[in-house]
Design a binder for this molecule. Structure first.
Ligand SMILES: *Cc1c(COP(=O)(O)O)cnc(C)c1O
Length: 384
């Protein structure tokens, strides 16, 4: 593959930041993790940030911190990576989906309202809703938040695609319309720590719970203990947690990457606008952009107009053969065998299914050159 669909941008200063940690006393549980968390919180304009080893772990403990367990119901978008739904299954909860808007690929607030009205009548309201900021553009959080006030559910934003983006004038991660926001630092995402994730929140109690869950359910804070500390060595395990810690090696990379995040976003937006204009005359539809959002542009996706499944597969294969690493986001979660075992079937979420049928993710990352982009457009134009 000559041109991947996404890839990291690592400079010498990123490498230097990592090697400095390798030469230091602390490979993990040192000063880099809190430094990264403080910088990320400041960037998002939010009081609390908890760094963890992946967005999957972040989603898991975010659900757990909200008390999700057996018998609870969690709703998310079917047009997402499976981790957005699996987090609730880890805790024994039931997962259901809210169909998307075809224009944006995001969870549709009107469908959400319709489903809430029905769920209320059936006494099956969700405890948590997890909107996914698809491809890097925020969901309509004002509308979703307003519904949460009426129907009494908590909100976890899955912003795995959207770090560096903004919504209604505030950075994604500010949690103005949610309880928590989750980020991913996998290398294909907008910024990276190799593997890694983070949770932001405005709620100090949630932050304290998340911090414990990240590290075995243990606290070393005397003010949180049930009895006076036996001595300076003393810690208490107060709940069942995990080892979901980020290393200092990763946090140093994250801190260095965070300093470049805005330039990554600018470059991704420039390339996206260029795709818009280069693809203008092709029989494709790009995702609709909202004036409320600065898109972080994790992904640039087009839908091939009126595509039959075979046609998309054909275009996909020919682009791959031409050395262009296209991809497809996403196979609707409810069509995965694991979820079909719970009774979900084809036809349950028609927009997500229709969207999937014609979607194609084109290469987009800050170091994609104008020449490479033109090559992608030229090959695609010939195929369509
Ligand atoms: C990548 C991704 C995740 C999982 O992120 P990891 O850091 O790889 O665990 C979760 N949700 C969405 C929407 C993603 O794209």
């Amino acid at each position: 593959m000559i041109i991947p669909y996404g890839r990291q941008s690592i400079d010498d200063d990123d490498i230097q930041a990592v090697t400095e940690v390798l030469r230091s006393d602390w490979l993990t549980q040192g000063p880099s993790v809190p430094a990264f968390e403080a910088a990320l919180a400041a960037y998002c304009g939010v009081p609390h940030c908890i760094a963890v080893n992946s967005a999957t772990s972040a989603l898991h403990i975010a659900c757990q911190a909200l008390g999700i367990g057996q018998g609870d119901i969690v709703w998310t978008s079917p047009n997402s990576f499976v981790a957005s739904a699996n987090c609730a299954k880890y805790l024994g909860a039931d997962v259901d989906f809210v169909d998307i808007s075809l224009a944006t690929g995001n969870l549709c607030p009107h469908q959400l309202e319709r489903k809430l009205i029905q769920a209320k009548a059936e006494n099956r309201l969700p405890k948590v809703v997890i909107p996914v900021h698809f491809a890097g553009q925020s969901c309509d959080m004002r509308a979703i938040h307003a519904l949460s006030q009426t129907y009494g559910f908590a909100i976890i934003e899955d912003a795995s695609h959207a770090i560096g983006g903004a919504y209604c004038g505030s950075k994604v991660g500010g949690c103005h319309f949610s309880d928590m926001t989750v980020f991913s630092f996998h290398p294909v995402k907008v910024m990276t720590t190799g593997e890694g994730g983070a949770i932001t929140t405005r709620d100090p109690q949630l932050a304290a719970t998340l911090e414990k869950l990240r590290s075995h359910g243990i606290t070393r804070d005397p003010s949180e203990m049930t009895i006076p500390a036996h001595g300076p060595w003393y810690y208490q395990q107060q709940t069942l947690g995990y080892n979901y810690r980020l290393t200092d090696i990763q946090a140093a990379l994250g801190l260095s990457q965070l300093g470049k995040l805005d330039t990554f976003i600018t470059e991704r937006n420039r390339l996206a606008r260029q795709y818009d204009s280069l693809l203008r005359d092709l029989p494709i539809t790009a995702l609709q952009q909202s004036d409320d959002c600065l898109n972080a542009y994790h992904l640039y996706i087009v839908n091939i107009n009126d595509a039959q499944p075979e046609q998309r597969a054909d275009v996909f294969s020919q682009l791959r053969e031409a050395g262009i690493g296209v991809n497809v986001h996403y196979i609707p979660i409810h069509l995965q065998p694991y979820y079909q075992k719970m009774g979900y079937k084809q036809g349950d979420f028609p927009n997500a299914e229709a969207y999937y049928q014609s979607a194609l993710t084109l290469p987009l990352y800050p170091r994609l050159t104008d020449e490479q982009q033109q090559y992608v457009v030229d090959v695609l134009s010939k195929l369509l």
